[in-house]
Design a protein around this ligand. Sequence first.
Ligand SMILES: Nc1ncnc2c1ncn2[C@@H]1O[C@H](COP(=O)(O)OP(=O)(O)O)[C@@H](O)[C@H]1O
Ligand SMILES: [Mg+2]
Length: 376
Amino acid sequence: MMKDNRIHELTTLKVIAEKLNEATDVKIMLKDVLCELLKLTDLNTGWVFLIDKQGEYELAAEYNLPAGLSWNKKIVMCEGGCWCINRYYDDRLNKAANIINCKRIEAAIKNNWGETNGITHHATVPLQAGNEKFGLLNIAAPNKKHFTDEELALLESVAFQIGTAINRIQLVEKARKHALIEERNRLAQDLHDSVNQLLFSIMLTARGTKELTIETEVKDMLSYIQELSQEALTEMKGLIWQLRPQGLENGIGSALLNYANVLGLKAELNIEGVCTLPCHLEEELWRIGQEALNNCKKHAETTEVFLSITRKNYTVKMIIEDKGIGFQYDEKNHLPSMGLRGMKERAKKINGNFNLSSSLGSGTIISITIPLQKEV
Ligand SMILES: Nc1ncnc2c1ncn2[C@@H]1O[C@H](COP(=O)(O)OP(=O)(O)O)[C@@H](O)[C@H]1O
Ligand SMILES: [Mg+2]
């Protein structure tokens, strides 16, 4: 009997390891694994909460949830706290555990949201890899109030495998993003070296050829060619800047300063405590700063801008301020315009906090605060 159990356990782990190996998308992976796990054991319901570094949780996968927990688009699974999540937050959940009672199931029963299929308790296991935690795996079965040590040990092995797979997928994603930035840099360099140089030659040739003729009509045509290629060069410069900020290798501050110069703004820069930032953060800050400077140029009716980038402990704060005409900005009622929305979304993407304050006649201040990870 013991041996049978052991073999069954190993088979379960093997099947799950195979599923995990194939996965390239976290949510699809969680769904697949949950389904396999429940099919292979005599447990029948499960769900996974992914919990991010800010402590926000999300129901990332579920299998066979009873009607009471699925009621109203599974709202009871998506909102509010519960024992397992609280224990996870408090760092008291380092191993698989029996959860005495589940607040979400209790709520479903109390409010008559539907059948709970005899589920009252669940086991909960943290998903982790090394020191990193990603969320919780919860497993239940009808009329099951207690999970044996063997069951918990198996769940723990599975959870560990899942944690490792999430880690791997996240690393691949990071590498992909990095490759994308590199590729853009390369494209910018290529454009700069090829098309840009050609346009420059056309412009110079047109200018030189003008000296070779006395015919005004031809001279005019050549002037036109010269103008057009000058225009194309300016466009190109903007495009290359969009792709790859010259000087980002010297840090975000000097890149923004250069960009302000390109736009004809007089920028003042204050930098404190900043050393190199991870390239994806720098990239987003650069885009936000670029849009903020574009807005100063387009709307503020001033040429003076103040930039500040400061790093304190584990946060970086970037401020772009002008003392221009300002505008009425009401966070709630402001129609979503692309520029402002883009800045906000980018800030959110790097877990940052975006703040805009502006008032008519006294200018505009944009500040973004982003958390850094400790190892940076
Ligand atoms: N620095 C600024 N000074 C004055 N007005 C601004 C400034 N930044 C933004 N605005 C106002 O907010 C509006 C929305 O900005 P944005 O979303 O970037 O769109 P766009 O720049 O395309 O008009 C602008 O049209 C402008 O009226
Ligand atoms: Mg804009």
